[in-house]
Design a protein around this ligand. Structure first.
Ligand code: AMP
Ligand code: MN
Ligand code: MN
Ligand code: MN
Length: 289
């Protein structure tokens, strides 16, 4: 089967968090790949949006977004806000709190890595990202690979960063409802990110979706990178069951064999697309896409 290439990708990262490319480089890559619509959704920050908007002007439609970290039943759940107003005071206040929280956590992880022999880990990661960026475990994973201590970022997680490993730091992220409120207060749409990546049973996943819905969540990612046909069918049925709009996104972070802008992203015809919501009107989405 030929690889599907979507011209719309509503989940991506820049070096304002744990992506490798600057916002302008990311936009350039999206243009080179023929995309018409790209959402920049860095972790708990909107720092890269203005640069991305400037780079995108007249070339592609840049949708302002952010991926918010939350906690539900001990699972780290990601909520993507799309079509957000990056000047919204309530959103900025929320992100300011997250910034302090993330910085503290990043320093703690860095200190643990130092004990494992990675000198100045926090500073080294900070230097590699944009000024003021959200430092995530993704930044550390890339640094560990760069230092030759893991073959790839997944291995870096398995050796050092995931729960139970030496450099894991337990974190209490805000509740899903708090993140949804911040997104909605900024005029955005709350989207449940990559529902298949939480390593939970289908029963738990349905519970999560019910809770997300009760918090005002309106959409879920149906088109994700590397999704099996079975998972796509199941996500489609859940999207209908909970009456969510469907989104799609590669979650691109850096060049590599697994995730690429627009690659392999599909939403079945029968679902209502997230870009059919009123907030999307000014972004010129194609009516039949
Ligand atoms: P954090 O929000 O600081 O806990 O970091 C989460 C980020 O780490 C995710 O957005 C991914 O970019 C990255 N990540 C999580 N798990 C893995 C994994 N197994 N392999 C590679 N990267 C991962
Ligand atoms: Mn990430
Ligand atoms: Mn995520
Ligand atoms: Mn992401």
């Amino acid at each position: 089967m030929p690889a599907v290439l979507s011209k719309i990708d509503l989940h991506s990262h820049s070096n304002a968090s744990d992506g490798a490319l600057s916002p302008s480089e990311l936009v350039q890559r999206a243009c080179d790949r023929g995309l018409t619509h790209l959402a920049l959704t860095d972790h708990d920050t909107v720092l890269g949006i203005t640069e991305a908007q400037d780079a995108a002007r007249g070339r592609l439609e840049l949708i302002p977004g952010a991926e918010l970290s939350t906690m539900w039943n001990n699972y780290q759940i990601h909520i993507v806000g799309l079509f957000i107003d990056i000047k919204s005071q309530s959103l900025l206040k929320y992100l300011e709190g997250q910034k302090v929280f993330r910085k503290e956590r990043a320093r703690e992880i860095g200190a643990k890595l130092e004990r494992q022999g990675f000198a100045n880990a926090y500073e080294e990661c900070r230097k590699r990202a944009a000024e003021g960026a959200s430092i995530t475990r993704g930044n550390y994973a890339r640094y560990i690979v760069e230092m030759g201590k893991a073959q790839d970022t997944n291995e870096a997680f398995n050796y050092y960063l995931k729960k139970g490993k030496s450099c894991y730091v337990k974190t209490q992220w805000p509740d899903i409802s708090v993140a949804c409120d911040a997104i909605k207060a900024s005029g955005g749409v709350a989207v449940l990110a990559h529902p298949r990546r939480y390593e939970m049973t289908n029963t738990k996943l349905r519970e999560l979706m019910e809770y997300f819905k009760s918090c005002g969540g309106e959409a879920m990612e149906v088109g994700c990178s590397q999704m099996s046909p079975n998972d796509l069918n199941y996500m489609t049925s859940l999207c209908k069951k909970y009456d969510f709009m469907a989104s799609l996104g590669s979650d691109f972070h850096h060049e590599g064999p697994f995730r690429e802008l627009g690659l392999g992203l599909v939403i079945p015809e029968e679902l209502k697309k997230v870009w059919e919501c009123p907030q999307a009107e000014k972004f010129n989405f194609p009516s039949e896409a």
